[in-house]
Design a protein around this ligand. Structure first.
Ligand SMILES: [Zn+2]
Length: 396
């Protein structure tokens, strides 16, 4: 609630953009909270923010935990922030119990997870993990023309005494705690979820080309009606991508018709496809089938299918999922396994170290919304499981 003051909106939500004054204020507050715990603040060339607790073995690779502090323009109080604060609270609990783990533990807030100020999202974690070069992110500009490079310079000016470490250091393990952003845990009555992996996504743009014609005089056999063809294709896709279990997510959220006039046969129809599935083989098979379905139902029209985004699903290692589940069991908490339907920084950390995620429910599954809410009890359970997990991992 205190961090939600930084970027607070009138509707009780949060607008805290990456590398903004509001985000810097939130970082400053974290530094204040970390001071009595004896943590050291660091940053890196990608603007990621770390708070480090030394372990018994100073040179051992740290166990890292956190998420992000930036939000959507009409975001909530919990998305991202919860993961950072849960990690801070876990470290606070270790301090309170005078427990010094073998490995150092680092709390992290990754730069620009949301991608709302600078696109795409998850820049900080991608740069840290070497999944994308920082040099490609630096020139990216926000709506006002300010670049990531300028935002990073703002950050350095705001925190002159926070040292910069080299980008992409060895990590022993990464655990991210996050609100589910979906309704499953709440509906099933669990306070803690063990995330099995992150669902994959493929997006396409389909352009159906027909021929404009007079609605009264043109003959049916001569028509190339792009809108009729597009709707036939969409219905065929919906049928082919339908599963009884409701695991396949197929969405056509945009349809543009040209010339979009009541008495003209449509000459062109362009629509979007957003296809998601948690299993890689399935996502590949379903997505690979899209062009053939489009061509097969285009009738007299021609059709072009372009794939825009390909993000394959990933599965977190069983060792990490077992670790989180065992931690919950030691605390007497029931857990449920579930995949993440949304993307997270853990996607990139998964590429460089054993990674896992802990979910807690959020009210009605609502997120990326000012009404986003979660109960103190659920947040507490998730934080306890995180603390127990981090303590165990930091002894390995
Ligand atoms: Zn998030």
């Amino acid at each position: 609630m205190l961090l939600a003051r930084h970027g607070a909106t009138p509707a009780k939500g949060v607008n805290r953009q990456a590398l903004s004054a509001e985000e810097f204020a939130a970082r400053r507050e974290l530094i204040e909270w970390a001071r009595p715990l004896g943590l050291t603040a660091y940053t890196d060339a990608a603007g990621n923010f770390f708070l480090r607790m030394e372990g018994r073995e100073r040179d051992a690779a740290p166990v890292v935990s956190g998420s992000h502090l930036d939000s959507q323009p009409t975001g909530g109080k919990f998305d991202g922030v919860y993961g950072v604060l849960a990690a801070l609270e876990a470290v606070e609990a270790m301090r309170a119990s005078r427990h010094i783990p073998k490995r150092p533990i680092e709390i992290v807030a990754w730069m620009n997870e949301e991608g709302s100020r600078f696109a795409p999202g998850m820049m900080g974690s991608a740069a840290f993990a070497g999944a994308a070069p920082l040099s490609e992110m630096l020139p990216v500009r926000d709506a006002k023309g300010v670049s990531v490079e300028q935002g990073l310079a703002d950050m350095k000016r705001a925190f002159p005494s926070v040292p910069e470490r080299e980008l992409g250091r060895p990590v022993a393990a990464y655990v991210e705690t996050h609100i589910e952003q979906g309704p499953v845990l709440e509906q099933q009555g669990y306070s803690v979820g063990v995330v099995t992996g992150i669902q994959g996504k493929r997006t396409f743009r389909v352009t159906v080309a027909g021929e404009e014609a007079h609605a009264g005089t043109s003959q049916r056999r001569d028509r190339k009606d792009a809108l009729l063809a597009a709707t036939a294709i969409i219905q065929a896709l919906a049928k082919a991508l339908h599963d009884e279990e409701d695991v396949v997510k197929f969405t056509v959220g945009r349809l543009e018709v040209k010339p979009n006039a009541p008495s003209v046969v449509a000459g062109q129809a362009v629509f979007s496809i957003d296809l998601r599935h948690p299993a890689e083989a399935m996502l590949r098979a379903l997505g690979d089938g899209v062009p053939a379905i489009c061509k097969g139902h285009a009738g007299a029209c021609s059709v072009k299918v372009e794939e825009l985004v390909t993000a394959m699903p990933l599965e977190f290692p069983h060792t990490m999922r077992d670790e989180i589940r065992a931690a919950a069991q030691r605390l007497g908490l029931r857990t449920m396994d579930l995949p993440s339907a949304a993307g997270h920084d853990a996607r990139y950390l998964h590429g460089i170290c054993p990674s896992g995620m802990i979910f807690v429910p959020c009210k009605d599954g609502i997120s990326h919304n000012e009404a986003e809410s979660a109960t103190a009890d659920d947040l507490y359970d998730g934080t306890r499981v995180l603390a127990e997990t981090l303590a165990a991992l930091a002894e390995r």
